[in-house]
Design a protein around this ligand. Structure first.
Ligand code: SF4
Length: 184
């Protein structure tokens, strides 16, 4: 049973997953992992509701498993965020990844779900920006199949706004999975 504050989010996640799977199937792309694993990318997430849902997922795990993930998250932050150096990807595995498997798969945020496929994003008054897919899919050798992230971003913004208003949350967030997990 899904908690009420997360119902809209979970519905949106399902829509994204369905769209992603359909486009991936049209490319005959089946992600089986690769050396350049996307769980080693330095991704930042920007929504309070996704952070809350991820932490909600974390709380469903056994305590000893949570502790292992949190220890990895601390190490991740210590290595990645040095006060004196520019923050850049060190290609460290996300702390939720274990043996190439996401332990928080059902609770992972939007960017984890949408990654991999070539896609486009439209902003008002500007031409759509088309971005490449991951190297594993060899998408450069295939004709582009339209995958527009814009409606997903728009719906996420609405869900986030409602969540912020209900919880009196203000201010921007920009956090990795490791930081999100350590925030609770
Ligand atoms: S949350 Fe899961 S899918 Fe996202 S980067 Fe971490 S291990 Fe990978």
């Amino acid at each position: 049973m899904i908690d009420t504050p997360f119902e809209s989010l979970v519905t949106l996640y399902r829509t994204m997953d369905t769209a992603w799977n359909e486009i991936a199937a049209a490319y005959h792309f089946n992600c089986t992992g690769c050396a350049d694993n996307c769980c080693k990318s330095l991704f930042f997430h920007h929504t309070y509701i996704e952070r809350a849902y991820l932490c909600h997922g974390m709380n469903t795990l056994a305590h000893d498993r949570q502790k292992i993930i949190l220890d990895r998250a601390k190490n991740y932050c210590q290595e990645t965020f040095h006060q004196t150096a520019e923050t850049k990807s060190l290609k460290i595995y996300c702390p939720a990844n274990e043996n190439h498997r996401c332990l928080l798969y059902a609770y992972r945020p939007m960017i984890c779900r949408l990654h991999g496929l070539p896609h486009e994003l439209s902003r008002p008054g500007l031409k759509p920006i088309i971005s490449k897919g991951c190297a594993a899919g060899l998408f450069d050798s295939k004709p582009y199949i339209r995958f527009d992230r814009t409606p997903f971003y728009r719906q996420m913004a609405q869900i986030e706004m409602a969540y912020r208003q209900a919880g009196n949350k203000t201010g921007k967030i920009k956090e990795t999975i490791a930081q999100m997990l350590l925030s609770q």
